[in-house]
Write a protein that binds this ligand. Structure first.
Ligand code: FES
Length: 208
């Protein structure tokens, strides 16, 4: 090779360049690969689909909500629990299409502004968020304040005489179903494209 000493196949400068580039590459990979794995791993996660019994059909009237503690994240004790507000479907006010997953209306207690827990006030038939004054009507639709979409919902079904509550889904202002989104992510108009669903491979009931 030109510039190499006799009997050598590579110059010392070239050898040092290769060595420096190799070490630099390994150092860069040590930083970037863990971050890349952290970002991509959710695509391959498969969280279990939980269906939890919460009572018999007779436990749920259609004119008020029952409060139920449900497991959102299994395996971490009480920190993984949350509250769902559940009532029977009332055809007079629940005008969204009926299917096998909404004979009972189960609302998430997580505010769709920034995620504070909302509380159902039966006397006012409203859900009130204590953080920034968000208000939702009896169906969980935004009635006032900063929330950007209605309260999330859970699939429900009847199995062996028991009402079961299943995976969470998000809704827009027409109560069309979407895969679960974070609080603060609107789903009307262009919002549904600006905030795509979180990638996972969970086998859920169909969204609209
Ligand atoms: S978190 Fe509920 S209104 Fe802000």
């Amino acid at each position: 090779m030109p510039g190499a000493f006799e009997g050598e196949t590579i110059t010392r400068r070239r050898l040092m360049d290769l060595w420096a580039n190799g070490v630099g590459g390994i150092a860069a990979a040590a930083f970037t690969l863990p971050a890349l794995g952290f970002a991509i791993a959710p695509i391959f996660t498969e969280p279990p689909v939980l269906w939890q019994p919460i009572g018999t059909p007779a436990d749920f009237p259609d004119n008020t909500y029952m409060t139920k503690v449900i497991v959102i994240t299994p395996g971490i004790g009480e920190a993984g629990n949350s509250i769902a507000y559940v009532r029977a479907r009332n055809p007079a006010i629940d005008t969204e299409p009926e299917d096998q997953y909404n004979h009972w209306v189960a609302l998430s207690s997580r505010c769709m502004h920034l995620g504070c827990p909302v509380r159902y006030v039966a006397a006012a038939e409203r859900f009130i968020c204590p953080c920034h004054g968000g208000v939702y009507d009896f169906r969980g639709m935004v009635a006032g304040g900063p929330p950007v979409r209605p309260l999330d919902r859970f699939y429900t079904r009847l199995t062996d005489g028991l009402v079961e509550i299943g995976p969470r889904y998000s809704v827009n202002s027409e109560l069309q179903r979407f895969s679960p989104r974070f609080p603060g992510e609107p789903l009307d108009g262009i919002g549904q494209y600006m905030y795509p669903s979180q990638p996972d491979t969970t086998d859920r009931p169909p969204y609209n």
